[in-house]
Design a protein. Structure first.
Length: 336
């Protein structure tokens, strides 16, 4: 124990002060984690794959190991992270909150690897894209095929659904839509547009005169969506041009409408990316057309994730490169 001395100004000598202890700083012991953070890796993969077997394949372990590690993480946190059902694993509210932090941990781990420069951070994993059936089937599927050649470790899942999916609940990671979605903490960007025009098959006009005026067009047989099942005004395409009196077929499926047109059943409004797949389709009065925007939406919590960023950047560039295709009228043209 050290003793401090100083001079007494009144006595002119030395006076002894009360001894003062000099205490050395002692590091506080770190609080032990309540969980094994290696289990977070298993949690992330199950959250993405929504299936134990697929998660196990990605992690290169047995599915019983994945199940055990998830149960151990839930026990450690005293929380249920997933709802189990026949359709797979769905995140609970607590699971959704944990996912934000888990992905942040993953991002930091990848950033550390990039900063050290040992190797490129892993961009592998699953990415789920939600889109309408038409653009998903006729356009995005081809884009995804080309994307996989560049990023073979990223598995892209495509949901084509007529209902609006909730990005905040991770029903999808990326949403491709014809309208600007509304929602909290969504990063939304217009990435392009496409043209919608009237098309028929050539054999349809074997029995019908080609229309030269809007009045003549109205008397033809048309194919359209089912009005009661159109959840967005952006899908009311035919009404942009006319309201026909003779509709021979309606469907919620754009693929079904395309097949009906190709089969010679009538005329339909089809997007440019549908017509680009079938040169046998014939434009009908191409001066009549409508345009729709293409919007790309991602939840803000996912923007930093390497595989999400890889998909969004690829799609943005691809849609820009396909601008001419998306805004043109394809087909064999008017028959003389």
């Amino acid at each position: 124990m050290g003793v401090l001395l100083d001079r007494d100004s009144k006595a002119g000598g030395l006076s002894r002060r009360q001894p003062r202890r000099i205490v050395k700083a002692v590091a506080k012991p770190q609080r032990k984690l309540r969980y094994d953070w290696n289990d977070v890796v298993y949690f992330l993969e199950v959250a993405r794959q929504r299936n134990l077997v697929r998660a196990a394949e990605k992690l290169k372990v047995d599915h019983t190991t994945v199940s055990r590690r998830i149960r151990e993480l839930e026990r450690s946190l005293n929380s249920t992270l997933f709802k189990r059902s026949k359709s797979g694993f769905t995140l609970t509210e607590i699971g959704l909150r944990l996912l934000q932090y888990a992905e942040g941990m993953e991002s930091q781990a990848n950033s550390m690897v990039e900063a050290i420069g040992i190797e490129q951070a892993d961009a592998g994993g699953a990415v789920r894209i939600a889109a309408m059936e038409g653009i998903g089937s006729f356009y995005l599927t081809k884009c995804i095929g080309d994307f996989n050649k560049v990023y073979p470790s990223i598995q892209v899942e495509l949901i084509t659904d007529t209902r609006l999916l909730d990005l905040s609940r991770r029903e999808a990671d990326i949403f491709v839509s014809f309208f600007r979605p509304q929602g909290k903490r969504l990063s939304v960007k217009k990435v392009g547009e496409f043209k919608i025009s009237l098309y028929s098959s050539s054999n349809y006009f074997d029995d019908h005169p080609y229309p030269k005026t809007l009045k003549e067009l109205e008397s033809h047989a048309f194919i359209d969506f089912i009005e009661d099942h159109i959840y967005s005004k952006e899908n009311r395409w035919l009404s942009d041009i006319l309201r026909p009196t003779h509709t021979v077929f309606r469907s919620t499926s754009l693929v079904a409408q395309y097949i009906a047109v190709a089969n010679g059943q009538g005329i339909a409004m089809l997007p440019s990316y549908v017509a680009a797949n079938d040169r046998e389709l014939r434009p009908v009065m191409p001066e009549l057309f409508s345009m729709r925007d293409i919007w790309l939406s991602v939840h803000e919590d996912l923007l930093h994730i390497a595989r999400i960023k890889a998909v969004t950047v690829f799609l943005e560039k691809r849609i820009e490169l396909d601008k001419a295709l998306l805004t043109s009228v394809r087909g064999k043209g008017k028959r003389s």
